[in-house]
Design a protein around this ligand. Structure first.
Ligand SMILES: [Zn+2]
Length: 74
């Protein structure tokens, strides 16, 4: 089951809900005010959470990683 992130505007709360994909676009209940939270795209969340300069996944040819081609581990 995918994990979706939601944002509640009245209390500026961000929370995550594990739910079926068919319910992913539905509003989720805010744990703080019990209001309806709107879904936040996880790609956007990953960028804001990681900050600049930190990529959540190793990119091919990005360099820096062991298997990025720098050390010849293959
Ligand atoms: Zn709320």
């Amino acid at each position: 089951m995918p994990l979706y992130e939601y944002h509640c505007e009245p209390c500026n709360e961000r929370f995550e809900v594990l739910r079926p994909m068919s319910k992913g676009n539905d509003p989720a209940t805010c744990p703080t005010c019990r209001g309806a939270g709107r879904r936040v795209l996880s790609v956007f969340a990953a960028i804001t959470a990681g900050g600049p300069g930190e990529s959540p996944m190793p990119l091919a040819g990005g360099g820096g990683g062991c298997c990025g081609g720098a050390c010849g581990c293959h």
